[in-house]
Every structure is written in structure tokens, then in C-alpha cells.
Design a protein around this ligand. Structure first.
Ligand code: ZN
Length: 233
């Protein structure tokens, strides 16, 4: 299965063939897809699939044994090898891309281990191992908006996972292992600001994120602090 979003996160509409159907679960698998499957803290894409029989809704997109599965509202009389047009709910996905890129920037500003995170439409969060309470909300908001305004380019590259073993400092998340496919790992580079393994979708340039507001910094137990992040548009 070709993941179209890995090379171009801006594909909103694409053609594909149905590769597999599980009728009782209303699950569809395509031969190639621009629908992002829920993983690494980023929610799965929603949208629409157009077929000869009409339109069906994509309610969610999930990963199952490394396959990308669309959960749809109606299976109709779909069959394997049918041609379809997939349409991503772009409003939702673009917000996730902005949020996701902003979380990378947040990570680059705070030199602490990341213990968890979740991307959302209205609000996202990252949890840090911060027993000494070093994180300062106002300082964080100023720094992240400066990085956004600097208009850094966001690019991806694929490397052998053995290289990563020599540079373990690249893996910032303590709870999530980077996605590895056939011994290779995808890295996301934000200018000279951040470099880390990631399988998600990001904007091409930090200025697309717009102004970020840092919400509450919450204490989660003795060690962890949660930074909440909101988009202004
Ligand atoms: Zn990412």
C-alpha cells in the first residue's frame, strides 16, 4: 500500500482501487491512500469515498497489522478492484498538520523527555518529564511564535534504522517508538531547529501554523507536566 501522504501531505483528493473489504465491520482497504491512519498521537482522517454506486462517508482511518483501514458508514455493493475517488476532510486534517508541526517545535524548545501527547482539532498536548518544574508558559509562548515566524521549511527523509541506533538522542519520545518499515525510518526535519523520527503529516513551512497560544500547564503526578497548545485560526 502506497502512503500518498508521506510524499505529499497536501493531497486532498486521489484515485485508488479497493484492495479488500470486510463487509460485517464496514472496513475497506485501498491499494494506495492519502487517508492518514490514527497513530503517533495524530487522529485518523475522515472524509468521503466516491464509487460508482454513490458516496460513502469515511468515519475514521485506523492501522491494523501495518495496513491502513477506512471505517465507512455504508459498504453498499462495493467489490474488490472497484475504482474509487478518496476525498480527505481537509479542514480537519490541515488543523492536525499545523498542530503536529507545532508539537515538534514545542519539543525543540523544551529539552526534556516527552512522556505522552495527543493532537486534536481544538487543542493538542505534550507531556514532559519535568520534576523540577522548569517549563515556563510565557517564555514558551514567546519562543514558539518566534520559531513559527522564522518560516522554517519542513522536509522528510528516509534513513536506515541502524543509523538511528548510533544517534539515540534523535528519539525524543520516551513512550512512542518511531515507526519502522523494512528497516527504514522516516525523519522530519524543521530547518535547523528540529530533527526527529515521525510518520505523521506536517505543514511545509512553520509560518502556516499561525499564532500559537499556550494553554494551561498542568501537573500530572510528581514527574510529568502537560503543556496544552491552541491554534489561533
Ligand atoms: Zn511529526
Amino acid at each position: 500500500m502506497t502512503k500518498l501522504f508521506e510524499n505529499d501531505a497536501y493531497i486532498k483528493e486521489f484515485r485508488a482501487k479497493i484492495k479488500g473489504i470486510v463487509k460485517e465491520d464496514k472496513h475497506i482497504e485501498l491499494d494506495q491512500t492519502a487517508f492518514y491512519a490514527k497513530s503517533g498521537g495524530q487522529p485518523g482522517d475522515k472524509g468521503e469515498i466516491e464509487t460508482v454506486g454513490g458516496k460513502i462517508k469515511v468515519l475514521d482511518t485506523i492501522k491494523e497489522n501495518n495496513r491502513i483501514i477506512n471505517i465507512v458508514d455504508d459498504i453498499k455493493d462495493l467489490e474488490e478492484n472497484n475504482n474509487i475517488i478518496g476525498k480527505i476532510n481537509w479542514d480537519l486534517r490541515y488543523k492536525h498538520m499545523k498542530m503536529h508541526t507545532a508539537l515538534h517545535l514545542l519539543c525543540s524548545i523544551i529539552p526534556l523527555g516527552v512522556t505522552g501527547g495527543q493532537i486534536g482539532y481544538e487543542k493538542s498536548r505534550l507531556d514532559f518529564n519535568d520534576p523540577d518544574k522548569l517549563i515556563n508558559k510565557d517564555e514558551l509562548e514567546e519562543k514558539i511564535n518566534l520559531l513559527i515566524g522564522d518560516n522554517h521549511t519542513v522536509t522528510s527523509e528516509i534513513i536506515e534504522s541502524s543509523i538511528l541506533k548510533e544517534k539515540p538522542e534523535l528519539v525524543r519520545t520516551m513512550s512512542v517508538r518511531p515507526p519502522e518499515v523494512d528497516g527504514k525510518i522516516r525523519l522530519i526535519r524543521i530547518g535547523n531547529v528540529d530533527l526527529q523520527p515521525c510518520g505523521g503529516t506536517h505543514v511545509n513551512s512553520t509560518s502556516e501554523i499561525g499564532k500559537i497560544k499556550i494553554g494551561k500547564i498542568e501537573n500530572k503526578g510528581k514527574m510529568n507536566r502537560r503543556v496544552n497548545l491552541l491554534l489561533s485560526s
